[in-house]
Design a protein around this ligand. Structure first.
Ligand SMILES: Nc1ncnc2c1ncn2[C@@H]1O[C@H](COP(=O)(O)OP(=O)(O)OP(=O)(O)O)[C@@H](O)[C@H]1O
Length: 479
């Protein structure tokens, strides 16, 4: 009888060794908890159960079912912005649903062992929704990468990257597809078996591009992770998640925040992509753990990240391709030490080559790989490292750098944080070199203003290799 009850989730659980201990999730009913039970389980929402604070409310640990079930309870506020007039006419635009309602709706439809799943919900006496999700005892990937004394090593980082990529791929391939819109390190939580799980579906959109809801929902996301091509509702595509994933991958490799004014330039894209194009892969590695022992794996990760953050959405890989690439990197990373030693010697020669201009193009990267295997003849050239300053100064553990946060509905607040960020950036880059600045958390954003996004787009536009003629010239000269 076992095979008769097999569903998509159990199939994943069977195929993927990381998830073999998970039971099929479809059978788990979504529970409606009494507020009093939830309040008691979270010890009256006291400090000892407090887990963290997001842009939509606080998160607490709750012990339910007589101690058998550990959960995380997310308190939220009602959206409360929709006029009665609009609500009566609305045919399903995204503005009427609060992030909490949205998260409940989406997670109840697409449960997966790769997500932080919904267990149930409750409503407080003021009508605010409380979301009850699986408790993740090892905190967020953001905290692991930026706060803990002993940051994760390379094999754990590659494993996390692959697991997140698989989670996003699963969303994109569901029917109808789901676009998460807020892929970032603080929305990746680590379970008891050290698996990375994608959480926080408050901004996610389920549907096809022609659906009213998708067509009418204003752009949203988190500064630093937000796709510069996503300026209006109709610009939304799965490639926006690919961009955010690329930022996350750069964060995993470098251990630096998506936007960090302790670095110059503060944007991880503007800082890392030029180094990747110059073949300085070690220059973007988290100095606390040193460069990846296998230079070929490092090169694969870095080039993949650069391709994900390309300024032209169509040129970015699909999440399926990202998963394939990371699978290869992980396999190589896990190969036997003797074999790895041999390969490292060969790879160190390969990786000394700069990244060819077109390598970030998916269709040309294979050509490039073939060429490198043949002995590196062709358009590639050796380029000396460029002095971008010692970026690792800022990775010092003492620096207090806060994480990027989703910005909820309210373009005003977004404008405020953007201006603030610009001012901080100006203060830091005013010709006196880098200064250590304590950053404020930036937040996920709901409604974005076109001009503001355009401004943001311009800030990040130079991540396209074609927009680096000086690099091109340099490469050509040093051929
Ligand atoms: N399921 C969970 N298990 C354990 N800790 C959690 C869980 N969910 C959230 N947390 C903790 O609470 C913090 C706040 O989470 P939340 O999802 O509300 O906000 P965020 O992702 O940090 O920011 P934003 O709301 O802007 O996306 C997280 O960083 C994490 O430390």
């Amino acid at each position: 009888m076992g095979y008769l009850s097999c569903n998509a989730e159990s199939a994943i659980a069977t195929c993927d060794p990381h998830f073999k201990k998970h039971k099929p999730l479809a059978a788990t009913p979504i529970r409606h908890f009494h507020y009093a039970d939830i309040a008691a389980a979270a010890n009256g929402f006291s400090a000892d159960t407090f887990l963290g604070r997001g842009s939509h409310g606080r998160v607490y640990r709750a012990t339910l079912d007589g101690g058998k079930l550990l959960a995380a309870v997310k308190t939220t506020k009602l959206a409360g912005t929709t006029s009665k007039n609009h609500a009566s006419k609305c045919t399903g635009c995204g503005n009427c649903t609060s992030p909490a309602e949205n998260e409940i709706e989406i997670l109840s439809q697409v449960p997966s062992p790769r997500f932080v799943n919904l267990l149930g919900f409750s409503t407080d006496p003021n009508g605010n929704k409380l979301i009850v999700v699986e408790y993740m005892p090892n905190g967020s990937l953001h905290d692991l990468l930026h706060s803990v004394k002993k940051p994760p090593g390379w094999s754990l980082r590659v494993r996390f990257a692959l697991q997140v990529a698989k989670a996003v791929r699963e969303l994109h391939s569901s029917n109808p597809p789901v676009i998460h819109r807020d892929v970032k390190s603080s929305n990746v939580l680590i379970d008891e078996e050290w698996n990375a799980r994608l959480g926080d579906f408050g901004l996610a959109l389920r549907g096809h591009v022609e659906d009213v809801r998708v067509k009418c929902t204003p752009p949203a996301g988190t500064l630093g992770y937000l796709d510069p091509c996503y300026l209006a509702p109709e610009d939304l595509s799965a490639k926006s998640d690919v961009f955010s994933f690329g930022i996350l991958l750069l964060e995993i490799i470098s251990g630096r925040n998506a936007i960090d004014v302790n670095f110059s330039p503060p944007s991880v894209v503007d800082w890392a992509v030029p180094l990747i194009k110059l073949g300085d892969f070690a220059g973007i590695c988290d100095r606390r753990i040193g460069p990846q022992p296998d230079p070929a794996v490092l090169r694969q990760l870095a080039v993949l990240a650069a391709r994900c953050v390309r300024s032209t959405a169509e040129k970015r890989p699909s999440m399926a391709e990202v998963v394939e690439c990371l699978n290869l990197a992980r396999k190589r990373n896990r190969a036997s030490p003797i074999w790895n030693n041999l390969r490292r010697r060969v790879a160190s020669v390969e990786s000394a080559l700069p990244v060819w201009e077109e390598e970030c193009d998916s269709d040309r990267s294979e050509k490039f790989e073939r060429m490198v295997k043949k002995g590196g003849k062709g358009k590639v050239s050796s380029v000396s490292r460029v002095g971008y300053g010692n970026g690792s100064e800022a990775s010092n553990n003492n620096d207090k750098v806060m994480r990027s946060k989703s910005i909820g509905s309210g373009s005003g607040s977004l404008r405020g944080s953007w201006v603030k960020m610009q001012q901080q950036q100006h203060q830091t880059d005013n010709g006196f070199g880098r200064r250590k600045v304590r950053l404020k958390k930036s937040k996920s954003m709901g409604v974005l203003q076109g001009s503001l996004l355009l401004h943001y787009g311009i800030q990040n536009n130079n991540n396209d290799v074609r927009e680096w003629p000086s690099w091109k010239r340099k490469c050509w000269k040093n051929r």
